[in-house]
Design a protein around this ligand. Structure first.
Ligand SMILES: [Zn+2]
Length: 438
């Protein structure tokens, strides 16, 4: 009798842990279709268009690491969903990661890293997650990431900030962290080309930027990444080459440019990079959603600020990926995907929003330009216990279930047929993004 009570309690406990992963609410008329679609969607191999794969202690994970700030409910470290992720990947037996529970997970992962030595550990993780390929947003690639599975996305904002950045760093505590890192990365790029200072002329500087992009591409770079919204508005004017050259000549050896002068210079360099990336066939990834930190400017990141650049015929051969799909301006973002060279990535949105709300975002996108929407997680290592592995899992689980729910509701509403749904699912989860890096 007692054993039976214990057995019943254990069943209840494990059910509670399994149930602690949120899932989308599906309209009743679509419930049976959802149940049919989900297992098929779970077999589709994934192409993760945006992630930060790294071990917890790897400083190369990001050039603009998120400073402390407010965190939405779902992304707090007491979210029970993270334990469900660890349970699915590692058999984690606890309901939270506090103290000894977190240590259990750290120990489990170190044992697996011994079993799967070198680059095999993260290959094994991708296999467990059903991910074929993941983009890797990193300062530099790591020897523990297999280049056959992880494609390097390198940061390019630093080319816009070659002057004395002390006035920008003094703006607030976020910029005080970001600006020295931008200077450091630009110096690394200079050193990689054998330069010990910015070139003497503006023409020389533009040539340095172009050669540096090509050098990173030769080192495996598959796309460039702008995190510009963390440092400035995404509103880029179209200044003349002479105006930018005059500012370069004035400040390359020292002195602090005025805000207007620096913006003029940055706007010109941004457009130079966009144009050169098109020539080099490097897709341009742009962070277009809400961001971390206390001083992130939401008005400045509004994706409509980019409209003049995205619709500029001079950049028709550049591929743009609106990373994080513009959230909370996701409705505006999908209308910019009207342009044949503009794509959306859904990463981070699926982590900030619970699946029921993310389903609605995805459904609207799929109802508008289904061939322009791509899957991503924004997986990032949060701490020693809650690693990139669990965040990948949450992104994968949320996206698959929200996708199945969105398509099921579209089928129930007779917008599409069930036969159309699976190609649409494969396009979003893999095919559309994979085709950009062929
Ligand atoms: Zn990211």
């Amino acid at each position: 009798m007692r054993n039976r009570v214990v057995a019943a309690l254990l069943t209840l406990c494990s059910a509670a842990v399994l149930e602690s992963q949120s899932r989308p609410l599906v309209a009743p008329a679509a419930a049976a279709i959802y149940a049919r679609l989900l297992p098929q969607i779970e077999t589709i191999k994934l192409f993760d268009h945006h992630a930060h794969p790294a071990l917890p202690d790897d400083a190369d994970v990001d050039i603009a690491p998120p400073p402390p700030g407010g965190t939405p409910l779902r992304m707090r470290d007491d979210n029970p969903e993270t334990s469900a992720a660890a349970r699915a990947l590692f058999g984690f037996p606890f309901a939270d990661m506090k103290g000894a529970h977190g240590q259990w997970l750290v120990d489990k992962k170190s044992a697996l890293k011994k079993q799967y030595a070198g680059a095999k550990y993260f290959d094994e993780m991708l296999d467990r997650l059903g991910i074929e390929t993941s983009m890797a947003n990193r300062v530099a690639m790591a020897p523990y990431l297999d280049p056959a599975r992880f494609k390097w996305v390198f940061f390019v904002d630093c080319y816009m900030f070659p002057f004395d950045n002390s006035a920008l760093a003094a703006k607030n505590t976020d910029e005080a962290v970001y600006m020295p890192l931008q200077t450091k990365l630009r110096r690394q790029y200079e050193q990689a080309l054998g330069l010990d200072a910015p070139p003497a002329t503006f023409d020389g500087y533009l040539s340095f930027v172009s050669r540096s992009l090509a050098a990173n591409q030769a080192r495996g770079g598959a796309a460039v990444k702008f995190e510009a919204a963390y440092f400035r508005s995404l509103s880029f004017d179209d200044p003349s080459r002479e105006a930018a050259a005059a500012i370069y000549d004035e400040y390359r050896r020292g002195g602090v440019p005025s805000a207007d002068e620096y913006k003029t210079f940055q706007d010109f360099i941004f457009r130079h990079i966009v144009s050169e990336a098109g020539r080099l066939r490097l897709p341009v990834h742009i962070h277009t959603s809400v961001g971390g930190g206390d001083y992130f400017n939401l008005r400045g990141v509004n994706v409509l600020n980019l409209e003049n650049v995205l619709r500029d015929p001079r950049y028709a051969t550049t591929t743009f990926v609106l990373i994080h799909g513009g959230y909370p301006f996701d409705r505006e973002a999908i209308l910019l995907a009207f342009m044949k060279n503009v794509y959306l990535d859904s990463s981070a949105t699926e982590l900030i929003l619970y699946p029921t709300e993310f389903k609605n975002v995805l459904k609207h996108w799929l109802e508008t330009f289904p061939a322009k929407v791509t899957f991503g997680t924004d997986a990032y290592p949060y701490n020693a216990a809650l690693g990139v592995e669990e965040v990948y899992w949450m992104g994968v689980h949320t996206s698959r279930t929200a996708l199945a729910a969105a398509l099921a509701e579209m089928i129930a509403a007779r917008e599409i047929t069930e036969q159309q749904a699976l190609p649409m699912a494969r396009a979003y989860l893999h095919d559309t993004a994979a085709a950009l890096y062929k």
